[in-house]
Design a protein around this ligand. Structure first.
Ligand code: NAD
Ligand code: 89V
Length: 344
């Protein structure tokens, strides 16, 4: 065991992927774990051979010498844990959704900035290899200047079996899943100035909205539609694929179900398979998400080594989080919402 010494807080459903991911990373390892649920602490500690276990994060910070902490709890605990890391001057990764409110998220960014502590949000969807492949086509200039995008995630996958809390919150699809898809919109087409939103709930067994359609005006002049649904039964279930259409001045990009990328541009039409690799510990259909966990963790370690700001730093993620808040405000008012005021 060598390199950076990390600790993980929150040993729940998704943390197992993060623990698997850390095993793949050169230059970092998890030396301690924390969960207030003794059973989860035991399961993850035994699975990954971690002897140093804590039921209380403050006790862990007091007893361990850490180079970073990976916070994998759900949003209600994020602010207290990030502020604890900042107070201890320990660089922190925080799972999405960054916080319960934008005001909390801003306070977390400020606490880390004031303590000069790196902060990254585990916003991993943009790190999926098919999404990176789309970004690379845009960077190549093949389709010219993008003027339209559709970023779409439509599924009927039962996410509630693994994450039962998702069925109980007043907010569901925008806060949990839309947040990733809006972030991909920003990643591919740049920051948005305005968002217009419509939502509905189709599944009567859950509390929040499970369908959301959002229209974004980007500062670049491009327009995009971000559409998300967990009420869409298809012949072949696409979970967890994000499908993408981008039209540019010189061509088009289509990322279709089955990870099929079609680019029509200055050099003609090319079709390629951009399927993510199936890592040894991964399982379908989650392998796309699981691979992106390794990619974002590697990025974090690289950023700590070079002093670079992570692509999904806390400051960057405020812009994605503001879109979520604006989407809910716009869904309630049926009015477009401008982002400038929220980000002040
Ligand atoms: P979970 O409820 O299964 O696990 C959370 C764990 O954190 C629990 O074991 C709980 O006991 C522990 N915990 C909560 N507060 C704590 C505290 N203050 N101190 C110590 N332990 C504490 O939740 P999950 O489904 O694993 O989700 C965790 C986070 O990961 C959520 O924010 C969720 O949105 C996110 N998530 C992200 C992805 C992704 O692809 N990025 C996928 C799934 C979930
Ligand atoms: O990424 C997530 O946060 C997950 C899922 C992809 C299932 O929505 O909750």
């Amino acid at each position: 065991m060598a390199g950076l010494r990390g600790a993980l807080i929150g040993c729940g459903f998704f943390a197992v992927n993060q623990m698997q991911g850390w095993r793949e990373i050169e230059g970092a390892s998890i030396v301690a774990i924390c969960d207030r649920d003794a059973e989860r602490l035991r399961i993850v500690g035994d699975q990954f051979g971690i002897a140093r276990r804590y039921s209380d994060a403050a006790a862990m910070f007091a007893n361990e010498t850490l180079d970073f902490v990976d916070i994998a709890t759900t949003a209600p605990s994020h602010r207290a844990l990030v502020e604890m890391a900042a107070a201890q001057r320990v660089p922190a990764i925080c799972q999405k959704p960054f916080a319960p409110t934008l005001a909390d998220a801003k306070a977390m960014v400020k606490a880390c900035a004031d303590a000069d502590v790196p902060l990254m949000v585990h916003e991993n969807f943009r790190w999926q290899s098919p999404i990176q492949a789309v970004r690379a086509v845009l960077d190549s200039g093949e389709i010219g200047t993008p003027f339209f995008g559709r970023i779409s995630f439509r599924s009927a996958y039962d996410v509630f079996s693994g994450q039962p809390y998702l069925a109980t919150g007043k907010r569901f699809i925008i806060e949990d899943l839309g947040i990733h898809i809006l972030d991909i919109g920003r990643f591919l087409l740049g920051d948005a100035s305005t968002i217009t939103t419509r939502t509905t709930r189709v599944n009567p067994a859950i509390a929040g909205e499970d369908v959301a359609t959002m229209l974004m005006d980007h500062a670049s002049g491009a327009t995009s539609v971000v559409d998300c649904s967990y009420a869409t039964k298809l012949a072949v279930e696409p979970f967890p694929e994000t499908l993408i259409e981008i039209d540019g001045s010189d061509g088009t990009i289509r990322l279709a179900q089955g990870y099929k990328l079609t680019v029509t541009g200055k050099s003609g039409t090319a079709v390629s398979d951009v399927s993510p690799p199936l890592l040894s510990w991964a399982s379908r259909p989650w392998h796309n998400i699981q691979e992106s966990v390794v990619a974002i963790q590697q990025h974090w370690v690289d950023c700590l080594a070079t002093g670079k700001e992570p692509a999904t730093s806390g400051a960057d993620n405020l812009k994605t989080f503001a879109l979520v808040e604006a989407a809910y405000a716009g869904a309630a008012s049926h009015e477009p919402v401008h982002l400038d005021a929220l980000l002040k």
